[in-house]
Design a protein around this ligand. Structure first.
Ligand code: SF4
Ligand code: SF4
Ligand code: SF4
Length: 324
């Protein structure tokens, strides 16, 4: 890439519809597509990710923290326990952690030794929200604080979330992370309501709607992360899997997602290796969507009238905020 910075390369590449060797929709087209509701997705290629060996913090993780730092929570004290439970979740003194998901770290990379067909290989697995097709986190949020956008990303509105953590309970990978001492509950009843705000990756929604790449995708030096239209990413995942005679994760899991992992070793083996070391989240293959369970359907039905009323209130609140 002589004579051209990576940023400039990406800018030009994206403008011409190519980045990291992957034909994207192109920034202009992605921006127009996102604005027009075109569905986007990502591919995480484990055959290319080396965990940024040698760097203290992987490039993708550092880029995510930089891009989203302004949105990290700034809790007010004193932080009370979650009534009636005698506990609260405060990560504000552990902001430096990069080896797990927290409200201050929306992406991390697992390193695990995986045995398959008599060989053991080290696999690096970037982990963040999968942006599921039918997300139970959003469907079962009692306050409609989460939404599945038409483009694919699943967003949490920190101005509406009460931090009850229902979304984490119903996520197969327990992705959203709670910070106490922030959010609406502090204004309403800090001792008795909710417990904070939930945080997670939003696929860099602000960036992609401006025609930029997600920060982690832009930063990866090995082009292990790709972003583009859903169709292109689906094709890329299939062609990469064929090329490396590998495996795909994310197409069936939780009823389907907007994130496809590709790996040279089976995900059953990766999941077993993660479990053996008690590393979370795991990668359970073909994991069911909570919404498809009897309990999930019943809860969805019970919530429907309440959710309708809340959604109307939330829509009015959002309109008011836009006018501020
Ligand atoms: S995805 Fe890219 S930036 Fe992230 S750890 Fe892997 S090689 Fe590094
Ligand atoms: S991965 Fe979890 S938090 Fe993300 S959309 Fe799916 S269910 Fe929701
Ligand atoms: S898409 Fe954006 S928010 Fe999500 S992990 Fe990557 S950099 Fe972080």
């Amino acid at each position: 890439m002589s004579g051209m910075s990576r940023r400039e390369f990406l800018r030009r590449s994206v403008a011409s519809g190519v980045a990291g060797g992957v034909v994207l929709s192109g920034a202009g087209k992605v921006a127009a597509g996102v604005a027009g509701g075109q569905q986007v997705a990502t591919v995480i290629d484990l055959s290319k990710c080396d965990g940024c060996g040698g760097r203290e913090v992987p490039e993708c993780v550092a880029a995510c923290r930089t891009a989203n730092g302004a949105r990290f929570p700034e809790p007010e004290g004193p932080i009370h326990d979650y009534w009636p439970q005698k506990k609260h979740e405060d990560w504000s003194q552990k902001r430096h952690l990069t080896n797990r998901l927290t409200p201050y770290n929306w992406l991390f990379v697992q390193r695990v030794d995986v045995s398959h067909e008599g060989k053991t290989s080290t696999v690096f697995v970037p982990r963040r929200c999968m942006h599921c097709d039918n997300p139970p986190c959003a469907n079962l949020c009692p306050f409609s604080a989460q939404e599945k956008t038409p483009e694919g990303p699943v967003l949490i509105d920190p101005n509406i979330c009460f931090g009850g953590a229902k979304c984490r309970d119903v996520c197969p990978w327990s992705i959203p992370q709670r910070q106490a001492g922030v959010g609406l509950y502090m204004k309403v009843a800090p001792r008795y309501l909710g417990g904070g705000v939930m945080y997670k990756c939003d696929l860099c929604y602000d960036r992609i709607t401006k025609g930029q790449l997600p920060a982690c995708v832009e930063a990866c030096p090995r082009q292990a992360l790709s972003f583009g239209s859903r169709e292109e990413m689906q094709q890329l995942a299939a062609s990469r899997a064929k090329e490396i005679q590998g495996f795909i994760y994310g197409d069936r899991e939780n009823g389907g997602t907007s994130t496809w992992y590709v790996s040279p070793v089976p995900f059953t083996a990766i999941h077993q290796a993660l479990q053996a070391k008690d590393m979370k989240p795991g990668m359970p293959v073909a994991v069911d969507n909570y919404m498809d369970s009897f309990e999930g359907m019943a809860k969805g039905l019970l919530l429907a009238p309440f959710a309708g009323a809340v959604a109307a209130g939330v829509a009015a609140y959002r309109t008011l905020r836009k006018g501020e």
